[in-house]
Design a protein around this ligand. Structure first.
Ligand code: HEM
Length: 121
């Protein structure tokens, strides 16, 4: 399986959930979870879709196990971080903070890996 064929559908799923979340925030006039909505959209939609574009433009890298691992780690980190940030801003900071911390370190590691993949091509 190619890395781009994982990142595109997951990015689409993220933006559909993120937009529905935005509509819910707007409809209820409760913007408390706004930072989590923003992170889901920017990490889960924008960044993941950009990874897909890069990998699709580099077919040899797209087929590499390392690229799939990078996308997979990014998705895991985004989910953990989004849940953590949402908990922090909706009244459960004690459970949210460790998740946000772990998630942010995971996405940072995935970005380091992506940087290395881009620079060595
Ligand atoms: C149906 C689509 C969407 C709706 C209804 C929506 C709704 C909202 C709402 C209600 C807020 C809170 C604003 C505030 O409290 O000041 C917000 C913030 C935000 N949204 Fe969305 N959103 C949508 C899609 C997106 C998408 C696709 C992205 C990114 C690609 C995005 C990124 C952001 C960001 C970065 C913020 C924080 C803005 C700030 O710091 O002032 N949103 N959105």
């Amino acid at each position: 399986m190619r890395a781009s064929s994982i990142s595109y559908p997951v990015a689409i799923l993220a933006v559909l959930v993120g937009m529905a979340w935005g509509i819910m925030m707007a409809a209820t006039h409760d913007h408390a979870a706004m930072p989590a909505h923003a992170h889901l959209n920017l990490l889960g939609w924008v960044s993941l879709f950009l990874f897909g574009l890069f990998y699709e433009a580099h077919p040899v890298i797209d087929k590499a196990r390392l690229a799939r691992a990078q996308v997979f780690v990014w998705i895991i980190g985004t989910v953990i971080m989004t849940i953590g940030v949402a908990l922090i801003h909706t009244g459960s900071p004690a459970s949210g903070e460790p998740l946000a911390a772990i998630g942010s370190i995971i996405v940072f590691c995935a970005m380091l890996l992506f940087s290395w993949i881009v620079m060595r091509r």
